[in-house]
Design a binder for this molecule. Structure first.
Ligand SMILES: [Zn+2]
Length: 109
């Protein structure tokens, strides 16, 4: 009786869904990197900082005045469509400390 040829499965512990998720995540990350380098993002980023007067909005809510260095996506960037990614109301100026905290929270969720 002929044997079935072995199936290539480098990560047998991974389900199909895990592999799909990993693939989609990597694809989304590459797309986000491309968008971040785009002319449209540079413009939207500048407009967000201007709108927020260069202040961290997260610190502002806590009653602290601190300069923002980053622009944060309220919807995690890798989940954004091209339109959402560049949508001003979905963006917030934020300082490096707050951005680090936000990013860590997103990675956990
Ligand atoms: Zn802050």
């Amino acid at each position: 009786m002929p044997l079935k040829p072995p199936v290539h499965n480098p990560h047998p512990h991974m389900t199909r869904k895990h592999r799909d998720d990993a693939y989609n995540r990597a694809r989304a990350d590459a797309e986000v990197t491309r968008w971040r380098n785009g002319k449209r993002w540079k413009m939207v980023r500048r407009l967000t900082l201007e709108r927020d007067r260069g202040l961290c909005q997260e610190c502002k809510r806590a009653g602290v005045t601190r300069a923002a260095q980053q622009v944060h996506h309220l919807t995690p960037a890798h989940l954004c469509s091209y339109g959402q990614f560049h949508y001003l109301p979905g963006l917030e100026s934020i300082c490096t400390a707050c951005h680090g905290r936000e990013s860590a929270r997103e990675r956990r969720s």
